[in-house]
Design a protein around this ligand. Structure first.
Ligand SMILES: Nc1ncnc2c1ncn2[C@@H]1O[C@H](COP(=O)(O)OP(=O)(O)OP(=O)(O)O)[C@@H](O)[C@H]1O
Ligand SMILES: [Mg+2]
Length: 240
């Protein structure tokens, strides 16, 4: 695992990716894009446009019918140990936090470390550091039921970053939050890209999301119809 400080964002290259479901649904049609290391990109578009399908193909949760996805130079479909690659390189956040109800915030964040970090005290120290990064140091021993919706989503974000991923994939992470809590999560994602150089690919309908990102990619009917870089320069850790 990368240590804090030697993070560098992973480049994501999507080349001519297509994905159909049965004969009638073409969810993605010849989609190509490149997300630079450390870039914070927003994937937007109406319901059914193919956003989640694209994110799932990038994550390796789903397999394109055609085309290729490369993360940090590795062909996602040809990995020998895909689960290990995902564990070590990619972090995920979803619309619902998927926290384990019977575990405290720090125990939830500890879970992804169990396979590799033997000592519990080390795991908990790292979990608390990740919680501090999302502003929740004081809530470490609270159960999910004792947290607000925004706080729960921030715990999910801490869990996604505790292994120092080089790529963070977030599918509607603010979809279940009010606008203030959503703003906070978007701001945190921006900081991860700017201050830690993590590449962030965010799927969102949130009208406030555009203000936080470097670039907006819009999908419609499985095709890219807009790809607009915004003015913010990529943060440290961004490659050429
Ligand atoms: N497993 C599946 N089986 C059949 N069709 C699917 C499957 N997954 C997605 N689809 C279809 O593919 C299209 C794209 O779906 P996708 O979930 O990627 O949309 P989306 O842009 O994420 O929408 P939303 O904003 O509502 O989440 C839709 O028409 C959807 O019905
Ligand atoms: Mg979706």
């Amino acid at each position: 695992m990368a240590a804090p400080g030697d993070l560098s964002g992973a480049e994501v290259v999507v080349e001519h990716v297509s994905r159909s479901f049965g004969a009638r649904v073409t969810a993605l049609e010849d989609v190509s894009l490149r997300v630079a290391p450390g870039e914070f990109a927003l994937l937007t578009g109406p319901s059914g446009a193919g956003k989640s399908t694209l994110l799932n193909c990038i994550a390796g949760f789903d397999r394109p019918d055609g085309g290729r996805v490369t993360i940090a130079g590795a062909d996602v479909a040809a990995l020998e140990e895909p689960a290990r690659f995902r564990r070590e390189v990619v972090g995920f956040v979803f619309q619902l936090h998927h926290l384990i109800a019977g575990l405290t915030a720090e125990e939830n964040v500890e879970v992804p470390l169990i396979p590799d970090v033997r000592r519990r005290t080390d795991r908990l120290a790292r979990a608390r550091a990740a919680l501090a990064q999302v502003g929740l140091a004081e809530r470490a021993t609270h159960l999910p039921a004792e947290l607000s919706g925004g706080e729960r989503q921030r715990v999910a974000l801490a869990r996604a970053i505790v292994r120092h991923p080089r790529l963070l994939l977030a599918d509607e992470p603010t979809g279940a939050l009010d606008s203030a809590a959503g703003e906070e999560v978007l701001g945190l994602l921006g900081r991860l890209a700017r201050e830690h150089g993590i590449t962030v690919l965010l799927v969102s309908h949130d009208p406030g999301a555009e203000r936080h990102v470097d670039r907006v990619i819009e999908l419609l009917d499985g095709r890219i119809v807009r790809d607009a870089p915004l003015s913010r320069a990529p943060g440290p850790g961004a490659g050429a």
